[in-house]
Design a protein around this ligand. Structure first.
Ligand SMILES: [Zn+2]
Length: 280
């Protein structure tokens, strides 16, 4: 666009090509959010023209994902700025209610909780893809290419999936299945730890939910040292149990899945072994 204008208007935030309306907010953080969000629509869906009537996750969701990173940067060093990016993860337990939650692909006219399905959960999905699956560099390069390739065109979900797969070099069908086409829920566990004949340990990991994600496990050894192990999602290819043979030839005294609490794990009581040793 040659320019874009935002206007304090009589309605809550609303976007149009080259012009947005925003309310007058009493709180600076809220004001920044709504201006950034409505302006964000100049990219999604005004330039990258996905179908907002069918796929709100592709414009409201992508936009919200970028707004979160933007707000974190803009208010960096403040309590708000330093916590805003985990907001969608914290909303998870209140909104991802089993039996009531609807998949992102649901036609929005039938969506009961559009705040979650159209905005916050897709933002969480994009954060998971960026921080936990692909890593920032690989994600950013792929997502930028999606934006470049589909600017002034009309991408469908399949176009987005193809672009993210081809640019990242990673099969992501499992990810879209869990995050977009279903309401799969994640429950990783450390089931037990056993000592091997060579003095090392085997860690028995479980995937008790319906969603798969890569696993990060923190290990504490008998000598008090720690290590963090990152296991790729392919670990679950052969089923919901996985034995990690710890290469170190010393006993593991404690193991915990998702120690950063970065994933929407629905049952943290089974994340640490021995049970009850989690940092709760
Ligand atoms: Zn919006």
């Amino acid at each position: 666009w040659s320019h874009a204008t935002t206007i304090e208007g009589p309605i809550e935030g609303m976007e149009y090509p080259m012009m947005t309306f925003t309310p007058n907010s009493a709180v600076r953080e809220d004001q920044q959010w709504v201006i950034a969000h409505e302006f964000g629509h100049e990219w999604f869906p005004m330039i990258v023209g996905s179908n907002e009537r069918l796929y709100p996750w592709m414009d409201e969701g992508f936009n919200t994902f970028i707004d979160l990173g933007n707000a974190a940067k803009y208010f960096q060093g403040t309590p708000y700025g330093d916590s805003i990016e985990v907001h969608p993860l914290h909303l998870y337990s209140d909104h991802a209610k089993p039996g009531d939650e609807q998949p992102l692909i649901t036609n929005p006219t039938q969506v009961r909780d559009l705040f979650w399905v159209g905005y916050q959960k897709p933002a969480l999905m994009m954060q998971m893809l960026r921080y936990e699956v692909l890593g920032k560099d690989r994600f950013d390069a792929a997502f930028r290419e999606y934006i470049n390739a589909w600017a002034f065109k009309h991408p469908t979900p399949a176009d987005f999936f193809r672009m993210m797969r081809d640019e990242s070099g990673m099969d992501l069908d499992w990810f879209w299945r869990g995050w977009i086409y279903s309401t799969a829920r994640l429950d990783q566990s450390v089931d037990s730890v056993a000592t091997r004949a060579d003095g090392g340990s085997n860690v028995y990991l479980g995937n008790r939910g319906t969603m798969v994600m890569p696993a990060e496990v923190s290990l504490t050894f008998v000598d008090g040292t720690h290590t963090i192990v990152k296991l790729p999602v392919e670990m679950w290819n052969l089923g919901s149990q996985f034995v990690y043979r710890v290469p170190e030839k010393k006993k593991v005294t404690r193991a915990e899945a998702d120690p950063r609490r970065a994933l929407p794990d629905i049952d943290r009581a089974n994340n640490a072994w021995p049970r009850g040793s989690s940092g709760n």
